[in-house]
Design a binder for this molecule. Structure first.
Ligand SMILES: *Cc1c(COP(=O)(O)O)cnc(C)c1O
Length: 383
């Protein structure tokens, strides 16, 4: 397999425990699907299922009914095909795997061998896939990705016009879908959403083959007019709120518990950590926890993050270093705050989006940064 399985680190050896609730992922899939009124619900599992482990996550989504997966890179697709085959479930052997990154020159045979669907982003990619299909004399499956305003990947409007004027350029291809991607779906009032919707409706009149697919997680919540034939959520499946600023309807998936290595008494005029950025203001206690930026606890959480012991907040004081953070635990009774005990760094009181906000980033980056030095525990999903 191309993505090596995460090394299994025993709990006693690990600096932290990362728990991933597979039942919550399945529940989130069903919650999204139930909003759709008939449209198909695909799942985006790129970047190792947003850092949560595609090997465990994909079979759970499949068991919840998902039959169409999107990945970013061909290598992720090859890996996922193997994972689905290994389930031994005849139903899943035929699941579709679409590769958003498109068709790189020289990868045609590998796409074909693992029955991957390239999302074609240009006339050149269309021509290359057609040429390969001609050699093996069977129509090859693909999607067309049209750029309606993201300005990142996809056929630019001029190339869409060319296809509309010369439909024979698509002869010999089995077009499963026409997709596009919204730039501002997480800002419901942004005028760009409506403009991209109009552009997509317009191009569907001219490129009407296959299923229409526009919505990511946030766009599902913009309304049914954004759902079309299929949606392709990612981050909401993994528990991150799809509409920033609104209550999060998704079940929380991730819990990260850092382990206390040492607790020390501090007093003025001490400072804590690199750069002496935290000045101790009076008598108190600081706990040192074995998680750092090398584990994806971002350095921007220095003097900003918050852990929890039970329901009591314990603020990060001083800089996040590579392997350690320091938290002010003065408010916690000493017997509840001893070496070996846990502090919630992501948990019920500080969900992924809260940590992201404290770090000045988005939940996507928190999830995909989660490190490989944790003791990983999967719950539910028949685990
Ligand atoms: C990553 C990605 C998605 C999934 O987006 P979420 O915001 O995680 O739901 C959908 N479509 C494309 C093109 C993507 O790159």
């Amino acid at each position: 397999m191309s993505i090596p399985p995460a090394p299994a680190i025993p709990e006693a050896h690990a600096g932290a425990v990362l728990t991933i609730d597979l039942d919550a992922i399945a529940a989130n899939y069903r919650l999204l699907k139930d909003r759709l009124n008939g449209a198909q619900c695909a799942a985006v599992v790129k970047a190792d299922a947003y850092g949560l482990g595609i090997e465990r996550v994909a079979p759970v989504l499949a068991a919840a009914g998902c039959r169409v997966f999107f990945v970013a890179l061909i290598e992720e697709g090859i890996d996922l095909r193997q994972i689905l085959n290994d389930t031994g479930d005849a139903d899943l052997v035929d699941a579709e795997i679409h590769v958003l990154g498109g068709l790189m020159a020289g990868t045609e045979e590998a796409f074909d061998a693992s029955r991957l669907v390239p999302v074609l982003n240009s006339l050149d990619e269309i021509d290359a896939w057609k040429a390969y299909g001609g050699q093996i004399e069977s129509p090859l499956p693909c999607d067309l990705h049209a750029d309606t305003g993201m300005g990142r990947l996809g056929l630019p409007p001029g190339e869409v016009d060319t296809l509309a004027e010369e439909p024979s350029r698509l002869d010999g291809l089995n077009i499963l879908g026409v997709i596009s991607h919204l730039a501002c779906a997480d800002e419901p009032d942004h005028p760009k959403n409506g403009r991209q919707l109009e552009a997509f409706l317009d191009l569907r009149l001219r490129l009407h083959q296959g299923q229409a697919c526009l919505a990511n997680s946030s766009a599902i919540f913009l309304g049914p007019e954004y759902h079309f034939d299929m949606v392709r959520p990612g981050v909401a499946l993994y528990g991150v709120g799809p509409v920033p600023g609104q209550p999060n309807p998704m079940a929380q998936v991730v819990r990260l518990q850092g382990k206390i290595a040492q607790v020390r008494d501090v007093d003025t005029p001490q400072t804590v950590g690199y750069g002496a950025t935290h000045q101790v203001e009076g008598p108190g206690r600081v706990a040192t926890v074995t998680v750092g930026y090398a584990d994806g606890y971002l350095r921007s959480l220095s003097n900003k993050g918050t852990g929890y012991i039970g329901d009591t907040p314990v603020p990060v004081v001083g800089r996040v270093s590579m392997d350690l953070i320091t938290l002010d635990v003065s408010s916690i009774p000493a017997h509840l705050c001893l070496p070996g005990r846990f502090v919630d760094l992501i948990g019920p009181n500080n969900p992924v989006e809260r940590v992201a906000e404290d770090a000045g980033t988005i939940g996507y980056e928190i999830l995909t940064s989660l490190g490989n030095r944790y003791h990983r525990v999967y719950t539910g999903g028949g685990a």
